[in-house]
Design a protein around this ligand. Structure first.
Ligand SMILES: [Zn+2]
Length: 107
């Protein structure tokens, strides 16, 4: 699997723009300094929980209460993820951390 979109990644070492296209399970390579990077898992953990909170707010704003929240929060999470993802990549691009081959299941 290849990530085709430009994530706006910058090398933490030399600040060069790092191409977003790469094979899943392989490192991002900086064209400036040649270092290898991976996406910060912590970034996506934080973003994921923010999307869940936003999804819960979305469901509550639409009037979901009690057991309706069982489907309302996941539906709100999906809606929040779709709506916010483009803005997030534009204003808060994912951070990079040094490549760890043992953590290669993470893109
Ligand atoms: Zn670099």
């Amino acid at each position: 699997m290849r990530l085709g979109r430009n994530l706006g990644l910058k090398c933490p070492h030399c600040s060069a723009l790092v191409p977003s296209a790469h094979r899943w399970g392989t490192p991002f390579e900086c064209p400036g300094c040649g270092r290898q990077w991976q996406l910060s898992r912590r970034y996506y953990d934080v973003v994921g929980w923010l999307d869940v909170a936003l999804g819960a707010c979305f469901a509550l704003a639409l009037g979901c209460r009690g057991w309706q929240l069982l489907w309302g929060i996941p539906a709100g999470f999906i809606a929040a993820t779709v709506v916010v993802t483009e803005l997030r990549f534009r204003f808060f691009p994912p951070a990079l951390e040094p490549w760890c081959s043992e953590d290669r299941h993470w893109g």
